[in-house]
Ligand binder design. Structure first.
Ligand code: ZN
Length: 389
């Protein structure tokens, strides 16, 4: 599959930053903000990378001279819609996904963008917005939804209708578009104000009204979309970056198990409580505190929603769910097996298999004193792997 074209917007003036450097060349952790964004984008293996420059373009272009990026000049800074439109000529023959990001968001992760793109593809969206929620969303464009929960548009702060101020879900500005939808819609944009600015977010409403589907991917770590417009914000991203280095996110339990499989060429591993795995999916005993017989059937890729699964992965997951049920039945003869799935929580997708006994076999009593399997995960792994071998 072909990678996206990534359009990085970096034409803004950054008038609230010290003038010794263009805004996106101010350093975080000793490297320009823009270098961090370029690294993030490279992680997606993009087909093209376009950098839209305007203010102090020559200095920025010189700073990225060794990078494989295409420079696009925005002559006058007439809004985000105009900035993306400036890349239209360069992308004239491009027919895939266009991902719009910003040169001043150094904390953004490649994994986040990959998940946004995966959702965009799976849902067959015209546009997919990276969103976040803030207690105090003042200043940000808000995500407006219809009664079915589908995104219908983005309303900027000053255009909020009564009642809309309470919306906490905001537009990060980072949006994946289909090129075939994006550029015609950009051509229809009307200036949003007297200075003739064109807003990229107005494209969302246009596409929705033309019957196209708009998706969204909600960030759990809202720090990823922090932009830098002031020195205070530069200190803030530096602080968050440093704390990430000191306290790296613990590796995902299921990715660790999958990595173990890859290294051990399919051998089951008691260390990771793995009961078996194939090319695409695996089965393991859950860690504490879920040692009451929970098994996890999980895709080996780190995906966080059912929508991201391929039909092949679904088939292999079903295989491991069945093998898990028969192993549990052999070791702990139960009355019923409950199954839960964590799609959309931001965690690695998994199906939990939970044996149940007695008259009440619904899921809720899990919270209140249900009968547990009196074994440690390691012991459960040992007995289950014996019946599976
Ligand atoms: Zn994972």
């Amino acid at each position: 599959m072909r990678g996206p074209a990534v359009v990085i917007l970096a034409a803004g003036k950054g008038t609230r930053m010290p003038p010794d450097l263009p805004k996106v060349l101010h350093p975080m952790a000793g490297r320009p903000l823009l270098s961090h964004v370029l690294d993030t984008v490279r992680g997606l293996q993009p087909d093209r990378v376009l950098l839209v420059l305007g203010h102090r373009a020559a200095e920025i272009e010189a700073a990225v001279a060794t990078e494989d990026v295409e420079i696009v000049l925005q002559r006058e800074q007439r809004g985000t819609g105009d900035a993306v439109r400036a890349s239209g000529a360069a992308l004239a023959g491009f027919s895939g996904t266009v991902l719009v990001v910003y040169g001043d968001v150094p904390l953004l992760r490649s994994e986040t963008l990959a998940e946004l793109l995966e959702l965009h593809r799976q849902e067959n969206n015209a546009a997919s917005i990276l969103t976040a929620s803030f207690e105090d969303p003042g200043g940000y464009g808000r995500i407006v939804r219809d009664t079915a929960g589908l995104c219908t548009g983005v309303v900027e702060q000053r255009d909020l209708a009564p009642g809309q101020e309470t919306i906490q879900e905001i537009n990060s500005g980072i949006i994946a578009f289909e090129a075939a939808d994006l550029f015609p819609a950009l051509g229809q944009l009307q200036p949003a104000n007297a200075s003739g600015e064109l807003y990229l977010t107005d494209v969302i409403g246009l596409l929705y009204r033309s019957g196209r589907r708009i998706g969204s991917y909600h960030l759990r770590d809202a720090a990823e979309i922090l932009g830098v417009n002031t020195l205070e914000q530069l200190y803030e991203v530096e602080r968050v970056h440093a704390s990430r280095l000191r306290n790296p996110a613990p590796p995902c339990e299921l990715c660790a198990a999958a990595a173990r499989v890859a290294r051990a060429a399919g051998a089951a591993s008691g260390d990771h409580l793995l009961l078996g795995s194939g090319e695409l999916a695996g089965l393991k005993v859950a860690l504490q505190p879920f040692n009451n017989g929970h098994l996890l059937a999980f895709p080996r890729r780190h995906v966080t929603t059912l929508l991201a699964l391929t039909p092949e992965e679904v088939a292999e997951l079903a295989h491991w769910v069945r093998r898990g049920e028969s192993a549990l039945r052999a070791v702990y003869p139960f009355d019923a097996l409950n199954m839960g799935c964590n799609s959309g929580t931001g965690e690695h997708l998994a199906f939990h298999l939970v044996p149940r006994w007695g008259g009440d076999i619904s899921f809720l009593p899990l919270l209140a004193g249900l009968k547990l399997i009196p074994e440690t995960p390691a012991r459960a792994w040992k007995r289950l792997s014996e019946v599976m071998s």
